[in-house]
Design a protein around this ligand. Sequence first.
Ligand code: ADE
Length: 230
Amino acid sequence: MFQGPLNESLLKKAQSKGLLSLKVTNLRDFTTDKHKTADDTPYGGGAGMVMKVEPIAKAISKVKSQKSKVISLCPTGKLLTQEKIKSLAKEEHLVLLCGHYEGIDERVRGLVDEEVSIGDYVLTGGEIPAMVLVDAVARHIPGVVKEEESVKKDSFYEGLLDYPSYTKPEEFEGRKVPEVLLSGHHAEIDRWRRKEALRRTLFRRPDLLAGAELNAEDRKLLQEIIAEPE
Ligand code: ADE
């Protein structure tokens, strides 16, 4: 599952430049029976299978060192945010445990540092969430994204959604690029972009505004937006 997504585009370049190193470990290699059993039926009965603790414990102790942070990807974890991504990007080594089936033996909890969920929905396994985490973390490693400015200005960086972007042509099916972007007036362009980022956040994600760092100018722009006719 990991080969495709982790070996394309920016992640591929980051690895070949030595900015990032990724290694996949198969839990089945840490099983002891001939069927390589990594899961079993739940105590107490019920549907589904539960991942066994021993192969996970062995795999984790094989790959982790003093500098590792062990993260389990599971729908019951703490919700992943941009803030969290930025702090994970400063870690030396992350060990990402991908759960599967109905769940993992509860005793695995004692072996991990954190449990992380990528959203309030359930996937078939933690592999895609792990790839989401790797991709988002990689963008914060210096040199992975060519223009670091673009990482800084991204949606969520200052707690706001990104402003709208346009490229050629100037007009598409009667829809024109906003005049100000063609003006070459940088201060006005910055003001417009900030206002549109605030507008988007206000209408699409008002929950984010409460946590965003807003200055006096931002408050003025918000008042302008609210006062505008619909
Ligand atoms: N495994 C299954 N669903 C998940 C989710 N939403 N986040 C992280 N890991 C998961």
